[in-house]
Design a protein around this ligand. Structure first.
Ligand code: ADP
Length: 347
């Protein structure tokens, strides 16, 4: 096989690939490999091309044993950490026998694994806090407080609170996993948003009253239909309105506004816009992009105190995605926040 033929073969491969002779010289590399490792690879000595010992060891082992070998190659591109699975395979060619080294980008698999580990660590941490408190109070009730009815009463109240917090967390986790598992299935029901929002507001009214928050609505007098799962959409508006009440603060106003749009640029079609606006302290812009991440809170102490799980907006985002909608968060510190959901209208 001629040098051109070898180069042609390497060029046709979908992964960054190079061929290294037994004398450790690069005799062929495709454009993808040059993008990953630098220009002008062909003709160079291996050691000047690749410096990671694990990759050099794998190539050497493959040269010696002629058996396939795999290893990892870590690098960074545009400030992102990248992980490649390196495959070494021996090829016997009359003119240039050697190791064919190809690099498979597995960064997304790595990132998913990391996300899963973080999620499990977060859930464990969130559950452990109330659990530790519960165990502490049980011990106290069995010991020092066993004959003190007043203390028992107080501790049982706190225990009920902690158990309630665990219960909310488990319910939110279940909702999240259910929404995620359905994310690819388009909702088939048609739902009247005007009535849905009106009834959600009625349900939340006692919570608002207790928090001294005035609820206002600006809804059209007619039904507004969207293809949507009624229970899930109710959860979206419940979470957003409850957040506005919780974080907006006392003596403030929360307004829910529904408007119809002939054409939404993001949806490329007719849409329905629902805005939940509060007049609270607002959100510093640095937090906005991360607000819908699981367990992301601006002030975790405050959120926990309010009974928050840190999952409410993550659930909202997944439900909106399932409905092929968009979500926008805007806020001016000192002037309040606005959470906007845009859903495709019924054709
Ligand atoms: P939580 O259970 O903590 O309320 P969410 O996912 O619903 O979790 O919200 C995440 C965080 O976003 C909250 O902890 C809070 O810091 C912030 N947040 C949500 N809604 C508002 C709002 N209307 N005003 C100010 N901050 C908000």
């Amino acid at each position: 096989m001629t040098q051109e033929a070898i180069q042609g073969l390497i060029d046709a491969l979908p992964l960054p690939t190079l061929l290294v002779t037994d004398g450790d010289r690069v005799v062929g590399a495709n454009a993808r490999a040059e993008k990953l490792l630098g220009q002008g690879l062909t003709g160079r000595h291996l050691i000047t091309v690749l410096r990671q010992p694990s990759v050099l060891d794998a190539i050497e082992a493959c040269q010696k044993t002629r058996q396939p070998k795999t290893t990892r190659y870590l690098t960074s591109m545009d400030r992102n950490d990248m992980t490649y699975q390196v495959h070494c395979g021996y090829v016997e060619l009359a003119e240039a026998s050697g190791v064919l080294v190809s690099f498979e980008d597995i960064s997304h698999v790595e990132a998913l694994g990391q996300m899963r580990r973080d999620f499990v660590a977060n859930v464990s941490h969130e559950l452990r806090t109330p659990l530790t408190a519960l165990m502490g109070f049980i011990e106290t009730l069995q010991g020092p407080a066993s004959k003190d009815p007043a203390a028992q009463e107080r501790f049982l109240g706190i225990m009920m609170n902690e158990a309630g917090r665990m219960n909310r967390l488990v319910s939110d986790l279940l909702s999240l996993s259910q929404v995620e598992s359905e994310e690819r299935i388009r909702p088939s029901q048609s739902t009247d948003l005007t009535e849905l929002i009106r009834s959600t507001l009625r349900r939340i009214a006692p919570v608002a009253e207790k928090a001294r928050v005035e609820l206002q609505d600006d809804l059209p007098p007619t039904p507004v239909l969207v293809p949507g799962d009624e229970d899930q959409l109710r959860q979206v508006f419940t979470n957003l309105i409850e957040n506005a009440i919780k974080y907006g603060g006392k003596d403030q106003t929360v307004t829910v506004r529904l408007s119809q749009m002939q054409r939404d640029p993001a949806l490329r079609g007719p849409g329905v816009r629902i805005e939940v606006r509060d007049t609270g302290p607002g959100i510093d812009p640095v937090h906005l992009p991360r607000l819908t991440e699981r367990f992301y809170r601006i002030d975790s102490h405050r959120s926990r105190e309010m009974g928050g799980t840190g999952l409410g907006l993550a659930i909202v985002k997944h439900i909106v995605n399932r409905h092929r909608g968009r979500m926008k968060i805007e806020s001016t510190p000192g002037e309040g926040s606005s959470f906007v959901v845009i859903l495709p209208a019924l054709d």
